[in-house]
Design a protein around this ligand. Structure first.
Ligand code: GLP
Length: 250
């Protein structure tokens, strides 16, 4: 049985407002207690509207990110943070450069680590999340293969942060950002499904009809490694925030 709570909104603007409320409450409560808020962040087109809303709240409502520590899900292997398609670059552009977060508190897996140091980098990433006390709220998008982060099928709860091979469908979907599929890396470093399931709260966002099939499989199929996102059904505190088009088949 799925534990997932699903909320469907007429527009993604209304949807991101609810998620921004949850993040704002966490940040402000922790700040009042003199503590850090630990956010797990995602890339792709899906969370952009959420980041815009958080920036708006920073500028117009004085929401400070000084007590926020962030961990991103994934990074392309081989791309430096200065590459305009790297996820480090994306996060700086879409969120970090527009709020008062301490850059030293923002973590994105290092995509330029040497082959023989990848395992150590991944172990260190997991350790850093643990040392911070775990992720309070993990934001997720979803790929049409059922991937969360870059956990392509097959992947299940035993997977941790590691280097992975990207599906051709994912490379094709992401080629719109690169301009040409030949430029899309074949590998990435990603948190594992198990890493994601360890987050205290998980919020998955999905917009548009292109996501309707995978959202149905994720929520309705028995959890299996062939749809990594379906393991979210077993999380104790997981919310799916959808627009009507993404929810059309559930
Ligand atoms: C990317 C990211 C995922 C993201 C997904 C969907 O490849 N690694 O974290 O959720 O694919 O992307 P989009 O939001 O652009 O549909």
């Amino acid at each position: 049985m799925s534990n997932v709570t699903t909320k469907v909104f007429p527009t993604k603007q209304e949807a991101v407002s609810l998620v921004a409320d949850q993040i704002e409450t966490l940040i402000r409560d922790r700040a009042a207690a003199g503590k850090k808020a630990i956010l797990g962040l995602a890339t792709g087109s899906t969370p952009v509207a959420l980041y815009q809303e958080l920036i708006r709240r920073h500028k117009e409502k004085g929401l400070s990110f000084k007590n926020v520590v962030s961990f991103n899900l994934d990074e392309y292997y081989g791309l430096p943070g200065t590459h305009d398609q790297s996820y480090r670059y994306f996060m700086n552009q879409q969120l970090f450069d527009h709020v008062d977060i301490n850059k030293a508190d923002t973590h994105v897996p290092n995509g330029t680590v040497a082959e023989d140091k990848v395992d150590a980098e991944c172990v260190a990433y997991e350790a850093a999340i643990k040392a911070a006390g775990g992720i309070d709220i993990q934001i997720l998008g979803i790929g049409r293969t059922g991937h969360i982060g870059f956990n392509e099928p097959p992947a299940g709860p035993a997977t941790r942060t590691r280097k992975v091979h990207l599906d051709e469908l994912t490379r094709k979907d992401n080629s719109v950002f690169f301009g040409d599929i030949s430029k899309v890396p074949h590998y990435a470093i990603t948190m594992g499904v198990g890493t994601i399931l360890d987050a205290h709260r998980v919020v998955l966002l999905a917009w548009g009809e292109a996501k309707a099939d995978i959202i149905r499989r994720t929520l309705k199929d028995t959890p299996s490694d062939s749809c990594p996102a379906s393991w979210l059904q077993q999380h104790k505190d997981c919310l799916f925030v959808l627009d009507q088009a993404a929810a059309a088949k559930i």
